[in-house]
Design a protein around this ligand. Structure first.
Ligand SMILES: CSC[C@H]1O[C@H](OP(=O)(O)O)[C@H](O)[C@@H]1O
Ligand SMILES: Nc1ncnc2[nH]cnc12
Length: 292
């Protein structure tokens, strides 16, 4: 496959609903067959690199984690021509060494969410992609380097457990998640990461530690207003890391194995595919469907 230009999608989480400061920014409403995304996207450039931004919880943070239309959000990113997707997320820490104010580029995920639409595929068009490594190492390393060079304390790896929310965890859950091997906790990376993989989008999470969750007995539980205050204090660093990412990208984007994961994923025989389902997959899977 020949190299193409980078187009970085950014899904901004808590405390980052107002964008990341793109040059020549333009707001565009993009429709999706999967329903309404969290809002219009903002497109612009940084250092000549194209960026598309979407506020995960909508303008003014009106959509809770369990009501986000993750499918529409990822579909819209794909429809815009995004090649690589960055999630900016507020996260709780399950480890002493990941202190509030620190950043982490997550590599692994555990899914404890329930009842969220977790796949673009289904009856009439079945597909199975590997999620063994749910985040993209190349994008993760670039993001970690970028945040580090901007002066952030960055942990290059960690396992994120996605809980259903909207309540924060009990102390017993928090202790159990530590025993499971989770390092940080949030409410949104799943099914976002699953869907990004199905859409052949390399995905990486730049998490900003906002609190110590509930496992430390000497501390009060999590207070949302404190999470937002920490985010406010660190939001500029996240934006700086994104801007600097544009400087670190090589001029051409080498192909990633994630660009073509659907080539080996389809289970349904071509003659048995439901044309209505296939039509909805035009952006997410059009490339692979045309070749299969
Ligand atoms: C305001 S704290 C809880 C909220 O923050 C995180 O959101 P995001 O991942 O979009 O930054 C967490 O997942 C919860 O949705
Ligand atoms: N402790 C926590 N649990 C879940 N989501 C979070 N987002 C920020 N802090 C969090």
């Amino acid at each position: 496959m020949s190299a193409k230009a980078w187009h970085i999608g950014v899904i901004g989480g808590s405390g980052l609903t107002e964008g990341v400061g793109l040059d020549n920014a333009q707001q565009i409403a993009v429709d999706s067959p999967f329903g309404a995304p969290s809002g219009p996207v903002t497109q612009g450039t940084i250092n000549g690199v194209k960026f598309t931004f979407l506020a995960r919880h909508g303008a003014g943070h009106v959509i809770p984690p369990d009501a986000i239309n993750y499918r529409a959000n990822i579909d819209v990113m794909k429809r815009c021509g995004v090649t690589d997707l960055v999630s900016l997320s507020a996260i709780g820490s399950l480890r002493e060494e990941f202190a509030p104010g620190h950043f982490i580029t997550v590599d692994q995920l555990i899914d404890r969410t329930q009842g969220r639409e977790g796949s673009f595929f289904g009856t009439g068009m079945v597909a199975h992609v590997s999620l063994a490594d749910p985040t993209c190492p190349r994008l993760r390393e670039l993001l970690a380097l970028s945040a580090h060079q901007c002066g952030a304390v960055v942990h290059p790896r960690g396992c994120y457990i996605a809980i259903q929310g909207p309540q924060f965890s009990t102390r017993a859950e928090s202790v159990m998640y530590r025993q499971w091997g989770a390092d940080v906790i949030g409410m949104t990376a799943m099914p976002e990461a699953r869907l990004a993989r199905e859409a052949e989008l390399p995905y990486a999470i730049l998490g900003m530690v906002t609190d110590y969750d509930a496992w430390r007995e000497e501390e009060e539980g999590v207070v949302a207003s404190e999470v937002f205050a920490t985010m406010k204090a660190n939001g500029d660093m996240a934006k700086a890391a994104l801007r600097h990412l544009a400087d670190l990208l090589p001029p051409e984007r080498p192909a990633s194995p994630i660009d073509t994961v659907l080539d080996h994923a389809f289970a349904t025989a071509p003659a048995k595919r439901d044309p209505h389902v296939v039509a909805m997959l035009d952006a997410v899977a059009g490339r692979a469907l045309r070749n299969s």
